[in-house]
Design a protein around this ligand. Structure first.
Ligand SMILES: Cc1cc2nc3c(=O)[nH]c(=O)nc-3n(C[C@H](O)[C@H](O)[C@H](O)COP(=O)(O)OP(=O)(O)OC[C@H]3O[C@@H](n4cnc5c(N)ncnc54)[C@H](O)[C@@H]3O)c2cc1C
Ligand code: SF4
Length: 481
């Protein structure tokens, strides 16, 4: 082991510099800068090089974290990049947006002591951003070209990770997406202040230069039927994510000025990418000058409130029925939102959306205070209303960020034999990840339900390995006939 490690006793934990709230809320650029070289090596050298690296165990990709930290601490960055990219198809993305406090860094032994964790995500971002700058990230050149082709439905993290891995095996890979740009929620869900869009564009470009063929604006089930797609390819991967938004069912839910989170975020992301969107220009999906209430406590709600701040909202409130400790969104993002001027209304739920004008526009949210009652079977305390505690929040834009469910894929694809679970996610074989249809595999949120980018990447890589085995066995069987 390097003599430079175990420096945690005299090097404090330091994150990359964060832009001041007053400056960063004027634009949609990332709020964190990168590490300078000496800070990155210093931070990496804090690693304790544990015998059992809990950080790796709790990283969904099983990244070899202590090894690439050690290489970074010793200035061997090209090797650090080779090792980190051997288990992760987009380390620069995970380094930026993984909820590290719940994954690798939350499990770091130093975090359990008074020393605080190694800043693993920031070092991972530093290694890969440096690799891009230095030209170490190169297109894939497979050792052998295979004649079999694979059609991937969905160009999000699961689809793109699978495309990379299948191309490495030499297969002909086609990715179909209903949107005009590839990247899925990385491009159209997650705002630029967490993940700048050129980070995704350069990955997509690299895959294109590696021979992956992209088919944007192609909605499978509409533009091209699922049956037609199956006839084009030797195997199919469904990586369509989950897009059916849960909606409010309270009185007033149909008023104008009430919108789904993803409609709002997609519009904002398109505008940031330079597109002209009528719903934004008309003010319908633009928070400028408005009192905004976002309902929900997950990552999507955090992205909405911070987007509204950047659009110049008059006030932005986040309404959540549990308390801060019991919200699903990242604590880091809550802290960032508070710094930027978002007000959190904890332990409160909407009862009705109000309309006090002559038109059908929302004018406020009638809320009721909640308290946490007894724990349910999962151990989580259920929120219960406190009688007589109603209050009103003024609002002329209400955004519903209540989570997502799968679309009805068997109906969309005209494939009644495509088996789904009782939640509507696709049922796959636990080992092969094949669906109920021969040669059709599935990965990412459409299998797990709404999850994380890092899990999408993991699933995409696993599915690619399984598709490779499937096509190899088929080739062997055909040769034997
Ligand atoms: C607002 C928001 C913020 C988030 N923030 C974070 C975060 O900070 N960190 C994190 O780890 N995770 C975050 N997530 C979760 C993360 O984005 C998802 O878990 C991840 O993107 C899932 O990847 P996927 O490839 O399965 O699906 P997606 O990224 O949803 O990609 C699916 C793709 O399939 C395409 N598609 C769907 N149906 C069809 C069809 N019929 N034909 C053609 N194409 C189709 C879609 O257009 C889309 O491009 C966030 C999610 C949201 C909504
Ligand atoms: S991929 Fe995510 S969980 Fe794994 S090391 Fe990187 S930041 Fe941590």
């Amino acid at each position: 082991m390097s003599s430079k490690m175990l420096q945690f006793t005299h090097i404090e934990q330091q994150s990359p510099d964060k832009r001041a709230a007053e400056t960063r809320k004027q634009d949609f650029n990332e709020i964190y800068g990168g590490f300078q070289d000496d800070r990155a090596t210093g931070q990496a050298s804090r690693c304790e090089q544990c015998g059992i690296p809990f950080c790796s165990v709790h990283c969904p990709l099983g990244n070899h974290i202590p090894d690439w930290l050690m290489l970074t601490a010793n200035g061997r960055l090209e090797e650090a990049y080779a090792l980190s990219s051997s288990t992760n198809s987009m380390p620069e993305v995970c380094g930026r947006i993984c909820p590290q406090d719940r994954l690798c860094e939350g499990s770091c032994v130093l975090e359990q002591s008074r020393h605080r964790s190694v800043t693993i995500g920031a070092v991972e971002k530093y290694i890969t951003d440096t690799a891009w700058e230095k030209g170490w990230v190169q297109p894939i050149v497979p050792t052998e070209e295979r004649s079999e082709s694979v059609g991937i439905i969905g160009g999000g993290p699961a689809g793109l990770a699978a495309a990379e891995q299948l191309r490495m095996q030499g297969f002909q890979v086609h990715v179909y997406d209903r949107y005009d740009r590839m990247g899925g929620l990385l491009v159209y869900g997650i705002p630029g202040f967490k993940l700048e869009k050129d980070v995704i564009a350069r990955r997509v470009d690299l895959l294109e230069r590696s021979g992956v063929v992209f088919h944007p604006n192609t909605d499978i089930g509409k533009t091209v039927t699922f049956a037609e797609l199956r006839s084009r390819h030797d195997s199919i991967l469904i990586a369509t994510g989950v897009y059916k938004a849960r909606a409010l069912t309270i009185p007033g839910a149909g008023l104008t000025g009430v919108h789904k989170a993803l409609d709002y975020l997609i519009t904002s992301n398109k505008v940031s990418l330079g597109d002209s969107i009528d719903a934004y220009t008309s003010g319908e999906l633009n928070a400028a000058g408005k009192d905004v209430v976002v309902i929900g406590g997950g990552d999507t709600a955090m992205d909405c409130v911070r987007t509204a701040i950047r659009q110049g909202a008059k006030s932005v409130k986040c309404l959540y029925r549990r308390d801060r400790d019991n919200m699903p969104g990242s604590q880091r993002e809550v802290a960032n939102a508070e710094e930027e001027g978002v007000e959190f209304v904890w332990l409160a739920a909407p009862e009705a959306l109000l309309n006090e004008g002559t038109d059908q526009a929302v004018s406020g949210v009638r809320c009721i205070r909640m308290h946490l009652g007894v724990a349910d079977a999962s151990g989580r305390q259920s929120p219960e209303p406190t009688p007589g505690s109603q209050f009103v929040l003024p609002a002329d834009l209400v955004i519903e960020a209540l989570g997502f469910e799968p679309e009805d894929l068997p109906a969309m694809f005209g494939e009644a034999d495509l088996t789904v679970t009782r939640w509507g996610t696709l049922k796959t074989h636990p080992r092969t990840l094949m669906t109920s249809l021969d040669g059709v595999f599935a990965a990412g949120d459409i299998v797990r339900g709404a999850s994380l980018v890092v899990w999408g990447i993991r699933d995409g890589r696993d599915a690619a390995a399984s598709i490779g085995r499937y096509l190899n066995e088929k080739a062997v069987a055909q040769a034997a006939e």
